[in-house]
Design a protein around this ligand. Structure first.
Ligand code: 26Q
Length: 798
């Protein structure tokens, strides 16, 4: 950067090599002769990061000059995926780097394998946050993501005797070369204590220490940041405890416990019974981030009335909802604004994204716990509630049921704060994440709120970044797409994929498309590349119905024994995903899948026809290998339960055909790729709801269907182990997610899938049309929708 008098970074192979050497020597403190692979990796990361840092400096300068409106994304999770490959691509050093490594005598493959993915999220919600940041930077929007720098990310999954076991993910064991620590920007966070005449007097204080990762845009100068907070024992916490010299070590140990707040990501992606540490994490994130946002606001602004003009804060689900009472506290108690003005500013600043439809996944916290941890916030929540309920009574006189439903406080069986109600009340927009989901939110979950504030609710359908999930994951297909379309512009405007549709009728293009799929399958190395690769990759949850897929596999296996004519076509069935460690039923399903896989593998009849694989520890790194190879995408949740899904989009973009229910974004995928190119089965949401609310008898399906009965009998009889008996028992007992009701429709549709597979020309045509029709599912489009419907921020180009 010449303006700062810096030497420009090298752009030729020789200069890149020089930069590597210099970093190896001055920053890593070693030499080529004695460098380990880890030294080479860290040096490469620093050399690539330097190129982005120069762009970051220019971005920050442009932002300061413009004093723009900012988008702040608050999320307890970011599932960023591996950083090296992405940063090579975004810094234009993909070819320079391996050449320079080789010239210095290192093996690029060995070095690149040392990149560790920061697993700071569970699944869809955390990955969505990462895709939105990628698109915000690509669209040059001034934005910061705030999150928690967990010491331990999502656990590593291993199998022992087919059972899931969890191992800690110490992702920074070797340090993290991508991270910029900013210890001078620390914040102070209070907990416990009491509210006296002088206001809240916390009983414990903890420091939040930020560091950031760079978030580069693709094909633009912009580099934004994601800022992650780490808990540190506060100096003052030692004084507070008035320890005596004799108990010095014990007292220090006690103070250091504060650092547990950012120790571990909770590995649950739906329900979790209120753990106080989780609530502390949430408040820690919110308190640090809001003070940082206010500090940044004050660089260029002085008038509080400008705050909602310059700031929009998006809450990623209810996890950061304490930001609402926290901003009230800062404005009223610390900034001395009056309550009405503060409430008006707060309600113009926040927006809330809901990611669920499961009633049991709506977060609530016991009033007792919240009041002990955050006594002033509970007072504020009570006052917000009193005013809310006044408004409800004024709008709907004598309607007690609405008052009960809308209240921020649930009374029975225990008094709890309803975080979703607080989030709806304290924000100006609430969005669901797919059309169907947003409709169901206003007709069921939030129906009473929608009657009170109809204009508050909107939809923003999820999307995924085509840079990571097509360009990086699938370079072969990407090159073919670029050739077919005549340019690389599709990577910044994914709607251009529609230009592939005519090529579906071109036999030579189809042959090349097929050959890319086969290459990706060979590279994955699981199963025969000639077999259909049928994938179900997602968190394990009963509503997602991995149990339905395993019933299908058992049926195929049983046909091999007794009706080989009905078997169909060679398939490799691939499962990937983790179960929450305390989710017993999901773990039984995992164990059963591994038992079925073993039985299938042991039987010579399956040879060349059926294989079940379940690689452990599904994560972003693995997703990027599996998705390009997939032929068939399993999106088989009970209709009305999956908010959106995003794996469905990644798979369709990479030319997998979907077999799915009318759930979440499947509905929109089918609309866009065309009903003829989508394998639809099962009950729709209204039908599922009515069957569920009537007298559903799973046994009647068992009795009426020979293949279903045979599959369930095998499970019940322990053919696939004890966990299989538990799975069968749950299906024949309550079958909460209507697996048996959808079984026949699913099996018949799978038979149709097999028939289409036999016509490879037809299959390939459908595959191309899936990619061509999926341009809508870019997270760039998602961000554009957020900008238009909620954020209203404009690009700033460095
Ligand atoms: C909450 C409280 C305590 C402990 C854990 C949690 C918790 C953590 C993570 C609750 C939920 C999550 C994650 C939810 C999630 O990933 N939802 C998915 O979000 C995707 C992006 O919108 C959707 O595509 C999926 O349909 C939805 O399931």
């Amino acid at each position: 950067d010449l303006r700062n008098g810096l030497r420009p970074l090298g752009s030729t192979p020789a200069e890149f090599e020089q930069d590597l050497l210099s970093n190896l020597y001055y920053r890593r403190g070693t030499t080529v002769e004695s460098a380990s692979a880890q030294d080479a990796y860290e040096t490469l990361a620093l050399t690539v990061r330097d190129r982005l840092a120069a762009r970051r400096a220019r971005t920050a300068a442009a932002h300061y000059e413009t004093n723009p409106r900012w988008v702040y994304y608050l999320s307890a999770e970011y599932l960023l995926g591996p950083q090296l490959e992405q940063n090579l691509l975004y810094s234009g050093t993909t070819d320079l780097a391996p050449a320079a490594l080789k010239a210095l005598g290192f093996s690029p493959e060995e070095v690149e394998a040392l990149d560790v993915e920061p697993g700071l999220g569970n699944g869809g919600l955390g990955r969505l946050a990462a895709c939105l940041l990628d698109s915000l930077a690509t669209l040059d929007i001034p934005a910061v993501g705030y999150g928690i720098r967990y010491d331990l990310g999502i656990f590593k999954q291993d199998f022992e005797n087919g059972e899931q076991v969890e191992k800690p993910d110490d992702w920074t064991f070797q340090g993290d070369p991508w991270e910029f620590p900013a210890p001078d920007d620390w914040q102070t966070v209070g907990f416990y204590g009491y509210v006296g005449p002088e206001g809240w007097v916390p009983g414990e204080i903890v420091h939040g220490e930020p560091s950031h990762l760079l978030v580069p845009g693709y094909g633009t100068e912009t580099v934004n940041i994601v800022r992650l907070w780490r808990a540190r024992a506060a100096q003052a916490s030692f004084d507070l405890r008035r320890f005596s010299a004799g108990q010095y070590a014990e007292a220090v140990q006690e103070a250091v416990k504060a650092e547990n707040i950012s120790k571990v990501l909770y590995p649950d992606d739906s329900t979790e019974m209120g753990r106080e540490l989780r609530l502390k994490q949430q408040y820690f994130l919110v308190s640090c981030s809001l003070r940082d946002i206010i500090r940044r606001f004050r660089f260029r602004n002085s008038d509080w009335s400008d705050f909602p003009v310059k700031t929009v804060i998006q809450l990623n689900d209810t996890h950061p909802t304490l930001a609402i009472p926290e901003l009230m506290r800062l404005l009223v108690d610390e900034e001395k604004l009056d309550w009405e003005q503060a409430w008006s500013l707060v309600r113009q600043t926040f927006a809330y994204t809901c990611h669920t439809l499961l009633p049991e996944a709506l977060e609530t916290w016991p009033v007792d716990m919240l009041g002990r941890l955050l006594p002033r916030h509970l007072e504020i929540i009570y006052r917000i509630n009193a005013e809310l309920l006044d408004e409800v009574r004024a709008t709907f006189p004598d309607d007690l049921s609405r008052v009960r439903n809308l209240s921020l406080i649930q009374e029975e069986p225990q008094r709890r704060v309803r975080m979703a109600n607080l989030a709806v009340t304290g924000t100006f927009k609430v969005n669901g994440v797919a059309e169907l989901h947003s409709q169901l939110l206003t007709s069921t979950t939030f129906a009473d709120f929608a009657a009170l504030w109809p204009d508050k609710f909107t939809n923003v359908t999820n999307g995924v970044t085509p840079r990571r999930f097509v360009r990086l994951a699938n370079p072969g297909l990407s090159a073919l797409i670029t050739e077919g379309l005549g340019s690389e512009d599709w990577l910044r405007d994914l709607s251009l994929l529609s230009g592939l549709a005519p090529l579906a009728d071109d036999a030579s293009f189809r042959a090349r498309w097929r050959s890319e799929k086969r290459h990706a399958k060979s590279a994955l190395g699981l199963g025969d590349p000639g077999a259909m690769l049928d994938v179900m990759i997602k968190r394990f949850h009963e509503y997602k119905r991995q149990q339905l897929k395993i019933l299908h596999v058992i049926t195929l296996y049983q046909r091999l024994q007794s009706a080989p004519g009905r078997f169909g076509v060679p398939r490799t069935v691939l499962f990937g995903g983790k179960a929450a460690p305390a989710y017993y039923a999901a773990k039984s399903i995992i164990k059963t899948i591994n038992a079925v896989a073993a039985a299938v593998a042991a039987d010579p009849k399956s040879s060349g026809l059926l294989r079940v694989v379940f690689p452990a520890n599904y994560n972003v790194t693995l997703a990027e290998k599996i998705i390009p190879a997939a032929d068939l995408s399993e999106q088989i949740s009970m209709a009305g339960k999956e908010a959106s899904g995003t794996g469905n989009m990644k798979l369709a973009l990479n030319g997998a055909l979907t077999i799915g229910t009318l759930d979440g974004a499947n509905v929109e995928i089918r609309d866009r790729v065309g009903a003829d190119n989508f394998f639809l089965f099962g009950l729709d949401a209204p039908a599922a709801l009515s069957l569920r609310s009537g007298d559903y008898q799973p046994r009647s399906y068992y009795e009426a269907d020979d293949e279903l009965r045979a599959a369930l009998d095998a499970l019940s009889n322990g053919v696939f182990g004890g966990a299989g008996q538990e799975v069968a028992q749950s299906l024949l007992g309550r079958d909460e997610y209507l697996t048996l009701a959808d079984y026949r429709s699913y099996i018949d549709k799978q038979d149709e899938v097999a028939a289409v597979w036999q016509n490879q020309e037809r299959w390939t045509r459908m595959s191309i049309l899936n990619t061509a029709g999926s341009g809508f599912f870019s997270s760039d489009r998602t961000v554009s929708d957020y900008l238009e419907r909620i954020w209203r921020a404009s690009p700033v180009r460095p």
